[in-house]
Design a protein around this ligand. Structure first.
Ligand SMILES: [Zn+2]
Length: 283
């Protein structure tokens, strides 16, 4: 796995490091199963190992190589140089560590911030691999497809220097939309779009269910209405919406249609029937 260039302490220590790294990756993968976008509060640490820094390449004290990369939202257009399933990452402090990760194919965690402070949220990709870098443009190429680069069709390059595609800086949000359209929609893209859509919709609805007003972000989804507009719904109302029990017409009127012969108890009345023919404000 490793090159012999750096002195190893003991095999035992290396095993420990591998275990920490793999457990951290399992931990974040489990988190992302449960969260559309993972809140930073869930990510502070794992078994006393810190998982990420504020931004950039992060190496916890317990490991000799980086564990994660964090990209924050700082561009005015909220874009990131992700093309297909790969992201360009500018050289930054910690660069030598990333080059080592490329050479030894060490799995890393990639945190992409999709919601701003306070309480930022992240889309997580893990395991990801550094598949190359370009010293001239001073950028790394990181593959987010969660596949080990060994499965590539072409034989591994003898040098890790890559020809990177030229990425033009878009000049307007319109142009970004055009560029985005031409991108291959991969799982990576879908996950990103989903998280961003949810974030934008929840923001428009001020983190509340449009039907019942529930204001717990962890319980809120962005649903898509017939006209493709997004609407914030709590988990129950989202399921009811998907099941056709809850319908919202163009004017925002709520229609509840319970299954036939359904005897509604107090709880069901409070959760569903109470909102029948109320009007939600569409944003
Ligand atoms: Zn609700």
């Amino acid at each position: 796995m490793r090159t012999n260039r750096e002195p190893l302490t003991t095999n035992h220590a290396l095993l420990d490091e591998t275990r920490i790294r793999l457990e951290a990756i399992h931990f974040v993968r489990d988190l992302r199963e449960r969260w559309a976008a993972v809140p930073s509060s869930e990510l502070r640490q794992f078994k006393r190992v810190f998982l990420k820094g504020q931004q950039g390449i992060f190496k916890p004290a317990e490991l000799s190589d980086p564990l994660s990369i964090t990209s924050t939202i700082d561009s005015p257009y909220n874009d990131d140089p992700i093309e297909g399933g790969r992201v360009m990452y500018d050289f930054a402090p910690g660069t030598d560590g990333l080059k080592r990760c490329a050479e030894t194919e060490l799995p890393l965690i990639y945190f992409l911030q999709v919601k701003r402070k306070p309480n930022p949220e992240y889309v997580i990709f893990a395991p990801v691999y550094v598949v190359g870098w370009d010293d001239a443009s001073r950028r790394f190429l990181i593959d987010l497809s969660e596949q080990k680069p060994g499965e590539a069709i072409s034989p591994p390059p003898t040098t890790r220097q890559l020809m990177l595609p030229e990425i033009r800086t878009p000049e307007s949000p319109m142009e970004i939309r055009e560029m985005t359209k031409s991108y291959v929609i991969t799982t990576v893209q879908r996950r990103l779009q989903h998280a961003r859509f949810r974030n934008a919709v929840l923001k428009a609805y001020r983190d509340r269910c449009a039907v019942c007003g529930l204001g717990i972000r962890a319980l809120l989804d962005a649903a898509t209405m017939a006209d493709n507009r997004g609407i914030a719904l709590c988990a129950t109302h989202h399921r009811a919406f998907n099941a056709g029990i809850l319908r919202i017409d163009e004017e925002g009127r709520v229609h509840i249609k319970l299954p036939k012969n359904f005897e509604a108890g107090e709880g069901e009345r409070a959760m569903l029937l109470a909102f029948n023919s109320t009007r939600v404000k569409l944003r």
